[in-house]
Design a binder for this molecule. Structure first.
Ligand code: 13P
Length: 253
């Protein structure tokens, strides 16, 4: 019932990042069918992209990662053109779970640029760790600004405009998978800050999502913030009934 009190004012973008779930294709297809709605992006693991793409009629297909090279001796690599050919439209780059495995800003930058060149819309993830957030929101903004500058080096407005979109997801590390989301007001302030910075420094107009412990109880409050253009959802996107409720919160106007 809580969701009825905090409804979104316009449909925004809900991105389901399934991470390394589910385990089998049949389950992925079932979840995709249950989550199939407008303004939804589903990002399954690579091996399920084809089956999930076929199952979706309204939602858009996303991928969780991409490599920046188009061909060659790069074991394990998946190129942006390969993703495009599978019907992928969005690709998450720079997720903190990949950064934790050693992905640097230089690598994230190459991925974002390669995605844009191939006609994919990158969902660039940025966000500060807890130690930084403890110093206050101003310190968090400085951290995020530094990430954005490094991750978007060389990205021109024309490359973004001609490929339709660049999405930034503000995902504070301390909020991911912890059940402790940022407050909608803080997330909105950060979203405003990111938009302002990118317009001023790069002439880039971006959409900004919030991610980190978004669930059926708090989704409406995030989506109701004018500065927040949607949500990047992990755990709750794997619960079909919960995600369906989040979709209907997003669709009510
Ligand atoms: P949770 O929604 O499980 O906190 O995960 C957020 C996330 O990392 C989405 O990319």
């Amino acid at each position: 019932m809580e969701e009825a009190l905090t409804r979104a004012t316009v449909p925004k973008l809900l991105v389901a990042n399934w991470k390394l779930n589910p385990q089998i294709e049949a389950e992925a297809v079932r979840l995709a069918r249950a989550s199939d709605a407008k303004n939804i992006v589903i990002a399954p693991p690579f091996p399920f992209l084809v089956a999930v793409g076929k199952a979706l009629k309204r939602a858009t297909l996303g991928a969780q990662d991409v490599f920046w090279k188009l061909h060659g001796a790069y074991t394990g690599g998946v190129s942006p053109l390969m993703l495009r050919a599978l019907g992928v439209r969005y690709v998450i780059v720079g997720h903190s779970e990949r950064r934790a495995l050693g992905e640097t800003d230089t690598m994230v930058n190459k991925k974002a640029r390669a995605a844009l060149r191939a006609g994919l819309a990158p969902i660039l993830c940025v966000g500060e760790p807890l130690a930084v957030r403890r110093k206050g929101l101003a310190a968090a903004k400085r951290f995020v600004a530094h990430q954005l500058r490094a991750d978007l080096r060389g990205v021109s407005p024309s490359s973004v405009i001609s490929h339709q979109s660049l999405v930034v997801a503000y995902e504070p590390l301390w909020a991911i998978g912890t059940g402790r989301a940022a407050t909608p007001a803080d997330a909105a302030e950060m979203a405003e800050f990111i938009k302002g910075l990118l317009v001023k420094s790069y002439k880039l107009k971006v959409s900004v999502l919030y991610g980190g412990s978004v669930n059926v109880r708090n989704a409406g409050a995030f989506l109701a913030e004018p500065a927040i253009d949607g949500a990047l959802v992990g755990g709750a996107s794997l619960q079909a009934a919960e995600f369906r409720k989040m979709i209907s919160i997003n669709q009510r106007s």
